[in-house]
Design a binder for this molecule. Sequence first.
Ligand SMILES: [Zn+2]
Length: 108
Amino acid sequence: MVEAVVVRCDRCGAHVAGLRSPEFTSGFYDMSAEPWSRYAEEGEQTVCDSCIQDDPRYQADYVPSVRNEDTPEAIEARHAREEGRRKLERERIAAARARWLKEHGSDT
Ligand SMILES: [Zn+2]
């Protein structure tokens, strides 16, 4: 059965519409299973097509030649994803810090 789903990209935070079935996904990658798990950062479950296609490890394996991705649209989209990534990273750091403070108490 193919199911239409909306997932949140664990790398840039974008919400992407896609399809999921037991055999494949479309619009995003399921990072919990081979072969995509080898490109996953820690804790990533779903990552959007754009982020995976930006990943140098993925490019090395799947992109046969140099891509011409330096159109203004492509650059802008890449920056938006980088911004999303930084935001998620800040959220993770803040959450880790909050957990640490809860366990260890404030050091002031
Ligand atoms: Zn993404």
